[in-house]
Design a binder for this molecule. Structure first.
Ligand code: SF4
Length: 95
């Protein structure tokens, strides 16, 4: 994640070459940049500048494919995995 535009204060050092988002390396991970009520609403407060690793994890079925990482995260928080029926034609998620 070196060389990105993530504010340095939101990260911590993993090793000499890598950093991670504060809050994501714990038994109950919750990213410091996440503004959410789990199961109600969720927003990445640094969305335009989020790290590449976050850009690689897509929401299940947002672009027509299942995402095992998305499903795993939702299940860990007591939510059902997303299905194709959860998405509107305009690309927004159904409430
Ligand atoms: S997408 Fe945003 S809120 Fe989610 S883990 Fe990445 S930086 Fe944190």
């Amino acid at each position: 994640m070196m060389g990105g535009t993530v504010p340095a204060g939101l990260t911590a050092r993993l090793d000499p070459h890598r950093v991670y988002m504060r809050g994501t390396w714990s038994p109950a991970p919750r990213c410091i940049a996440l503004d959410a009520e789990i199961g109600v609403r969720a927003r990445c407060t640094i969305h335009p500048d989020k790290p590449s690793v976050c850009r690689e994890v897509l929401a299940s079925w947002e672009f027509g494919a299942h995402s095992p990482q998305c499903d795993k995260a939702r299940i860990a928080h007591g939510l059902a995995p997303l299905t194709p029926a959860d998405w509107h034609d305009d690309g927004d998620i159904a409430a």
